[in-house]
Write a protein that binds this ligand. Structure first.
Ligand code: GLP
Length: 241
């Protein structure tokens, strides 16, 4: 596990974007695993700027998103598909046929999970997986529990995740109660994993996840066992490490 200390959110975003840019430059047809939430927004701005200045070409890059709410149409305002389109995909030259996000409206959840897992495998697996971390230690939507769920699956969101994500919805009642997420195995099979974290409010969970015991009660803790895991945090988030 490698820890990169950034001064602040801007510095964190620049450093993490540099790592992703290096990956795409060295392997133009990289398979990137991408994340939503507030944390990656700075990275996506940097990547769009680097594309505009001619420093990166995404024309061969493939992308798989970590997760998607169940029950939201792809063009729904709070869908992760629309989030990715607005914040990154519409600003770079990645091809639409190379974008993959679980289908929130799939009629058969088991079939959708199997389809998604097979699509990742058929692409040769994820080269670099970008992650944020939830306040309860979740990665993607792998919520704390008694065991690690290996493959892409449908989860019941915890109350704390629904509360945290209600900031993107008009009311708490509008937040979907289920979501599709890559599993812990899907994430651990990525050749490189990059987790970004910002702010003092995440310092406690960062300490538990990366200095505490590996446990499904803190899903991100499994990353301690990944052979190429990089944590990029700002001073506030890493203040208890
Ligand atoms: C959501 C996403 C996660 C993300 C987490 C933290 O629950 N499913 O992938 O890491 O939120 O988001 P933020 O970066 O906004 O704190």
């Amino acid at each position: 596990m490698r820890v990169i200390r950034a001064v602040d959110y801007f510095d964190l975003s620049r450093k993490a974007a540099g790592i992703i840019a290096a990956m795409v430059t060295l392997k133009p047809d990289s398979v990137l695993g991408l994340a939503t939430g507030d944390s990656p927004l700075g990275i996506y701005r940097h990547l769009a700027d680097s594309f505009n200045s001619g420093d990166i070409d995404f024309s061969q890059t493939r992308a798989f998103n970590l997760d998607e709410y169940r029950g939201l149409a792809p063009d729904a305002e709070q869908s992760y598909r629309l989030f990715m389109w607005k914040n990154l995909f519409s600003k770079i030259n990645i091809k639409t046929e190379n974008l993959n996000i679980p289908d929130g409206l799939a009629g058969d959840p088991d079939a959708e999970c199997a389809r998604y897992e097979a699509a990742i495998r058929d692409c040769g697996g994820v080269d670099m997986q970008l992650l944020g971390i939830g306040h309860n230690g979740h990665i993607g939507f792998n919520e704390p529990g008694g065991s690690f769920v290996v493959n892409t699956h449908l989860v019941d969101l915890t109350d704390s995740t629904i509360d945290a994500n209600s900031r993107f919805f008009k009311t708490r009642e509008e937040v979907p109660v289920q979501a599709y997420t890559m599993g812990i195995g899907s994430i651990m099979r990525a050749r490189k994993v990059l987790l970004i974290v910002t702010g003092r409010q995440k310092a406690e969970i960062v300490k538990r996840a990366f200095r505490g015991a590996v446990s499904p009660e803190v899903p991100a803790s499994i990353l301690q066992l990944h052979c190429d895991f990089t944590l990029v945090g700002d001073e506030a988030a890493l203040s208890l490490m």
